[in-house]
Design a protein around this ligand. Structure first.
Ligand code: UDP
Length: 204
């Protein structure tokens, strides 16, 4: 994944009459040969953006907005771009994991420029995919594991281990709420490990 953050000195139109603050939004895209078979570039097939892309970028945006107090931003839009260079399952969770590091970096830059009245980040965000294989949770699925999973969740957590979003469904047959709880718990444990790696990357 390539995760970058760009700062635009403007907020969306629907925010014009609000009292200060900024906005954060995300875009996600896969390079044509990130997966196999080749995926046509967005906008080249008659439909501007496919449903999967829309769903993923909204998930990324929601997760990141949870980590930032938007009221503490100046009147800017933070554009988070997540581009898949090579796909092997879990690209939406990896997007979130990389994007929050890029966002922290971008905010540090804004702080250096004295553009932040107050540090706006509430904490980091980490995410992991969790599948059900042979009726047991399996985390961080690669493409083959993902395709064979009996159920598939994406667990997104804040640094303090609380849930931000759980996205998921049964793939082949319905599964029990007990398994669901086990999968969420496995996801939370993995998110804790991801959080440590993110802190290591940021030196915090
Ligand atoms: N995939 C692909 N091309 C596509 C959609 C998916 O190659 O157009 C592969 C890719 O490896 C991806 C995996 O299928 O990581 C699982 O896709 P899914 O929609 O479950 O999202 P992800 O797990 O990447 O968040």
């Amino acid at each position: 994944m390539l995760c970058t953050v760009g700062i635009q000195d403007q907020v969306p139109k629907w925010m014009y009459n609000r009292q200060g603050g900024g906005w954060l939004t995300a875009e996600y895209s896969m390079l044509p040969n990130a997966g196999n078979p080749r995926k046509p570039r967005d906008g080249r097939t008659g439909r501007p953006v496919d449903g999967r892309t829309l769903e993923i970028q909204r998930l990324i945006g929601r997760a990141l907005r949870c980590a930032v107090d938007l009221k503490q931003l100046p009147e800017v839009t933070m554009w988070v771009d997540c581009d898949v260079l090579q796909a092997d399952g879990g690209t939406r969770t990896t997007s979130i994991n990389g994007a929050i590091v890029a966002l922290y970096d971008a905010l540090l830059y804004m702080e250096e420029q004295k553009r932040l009245p107050k540090w706006p980040m509430r904490g980091l965000v980490s995410a992991i995919s969790v599948g059900l294989k042979d009726d047991a949770p399996l985390v961080d699925l690669d493409y083959h594991e993902d395709s064979a999973a009996e159920a598939d969740l994406n667990v997104i957590c804040s640094s303090d281990g609380k849930l931000i979003e759980v996205q998921g469904a049964a793939e082949k047959a319905p599964f029990t709420v007990e398994r669901f709880h086990e999968m969420v718990a496995a996801g939370q444990r993995s998110c804790e490990s991801v959080d440590k790696l993110q802190r290591q990357a940021l030196g915090i």
